[in-house]
Design a protein around this ligand. Structure first.
Ligand code: ADP
Length: 242
């Protein structure tokens, strides 16, 4: 569903993503881990069509630059950015119109109830707390029912109830056969549901493995520390300059 082939992204002479290939299949919950500066956000932004890059990225059958790819791909950015002058319900209407959805009102209502925004429908984007901004961002991503979804640090700022709902929503998506890719530093937050992990360091994916490849009794956190050494200090700032 999400297919990245030989992706290289440079900022000037600095290589932020170095020949990355990875695949997230339908019904797969993949996790992207790595220390700060490893290149995770660059990879995510490239997949979502926000950056120019070398290589090839396909979403389903579509090249990532096409409208068809963008129609089936959901993206939750690290920093929510609601429209300041749209109300909560207008955000839903805007997304519905942009995606030309039909019969979306009930879905929107259910999502707003699920993320406890139903009684905030008249609030403007600029009046929302950080957590509420994250929740409206989640609702906007979910309304078009994306077949593939990429979430960058999705739990930051959420209250425990919303964390539980988001986790269960992503589990439902996986069971419905959608592809989910989550980038996070909160390893324990994905410990129950992950199928595949991609660990990045210094612009490269240094380890990709499925859950069943873990040693007996080994946790995802232990795997992460065994590979990264547990330190951002592993990063040599000069190593990726030409
Ligand atoms: P991560 O999400 O894993 O923390 P990023 O993809 O944000 O990593 O960054 C990877 C590297 O690319 C970092 O060294 C960062 O400083 C650099 N970088 C990110 N964005 C830019 C940019 N717009 N211009 C130059 N360098 C950038």
């Amino acid at each position: 569903m999400i297919n990245v082939q030989k992706l290289t992204k440079k900022y000037g002479k600095f290589t932020a993503n170095d020949n990355i290939s990875l695949h997230v299949g339908a019904g797969e919950f993949a996790v992207l881990l790595g220390p700060n500066g490893a290149g995770k956000s660059t990879l995510i932004k490239s997949i979502c069509g926000l950056l120019r890059f070398q290589g090839s990225i396909r979403i389903g059958k579509h090249d990532s630059h096409t409208t068809e790819a963008k129609r089936i791909l959901g993206y939750l950015p690290e920093m929510p950015a609601p429209y300041p002058m749209l109300t909560v319900s207008e955000h839903m209407e805007f997304i519905a119109r942009a995606y030309r959805l039909t019969d979306w009102e009930q879905d929107a209502q259910r999502l707003l109830e699920r993320f406890e925004l139903a009684d905030k429908q008249k609030k403007l984007g600029k009046e929302l707390s950080k957590g509420m901004q994250q929740k409206i961002s989640i609702c906007c991503m979910a309304l078009p029912k994306p077949q593939a979804a990429i979430l960058d640090e999705p739990l930051v700022g959420l209250d425990p109830y919303a964390i539980r709902e988001l986790k269960s929503m992503l589990l439902e998506w996986k069971q419905e056969g959608r592809a989910v890719l989550v980038s996070t530093h909160m390893i324990e937050s994905v410990a129950e549901n992950w199928d595949t992990v991609h660990i990045m360091m210094q612009g490269r994916v240094v380890r990709s493995c499925g859950r069943n490849a873990l040693a007996e009794g080994e946790s995802l956190e232990q795997l992460y520390f065994s590979i990264t050494g547990g330190a951002d200090a592993a990063e040599d700032p000069e190593a990726r300059h030409e």
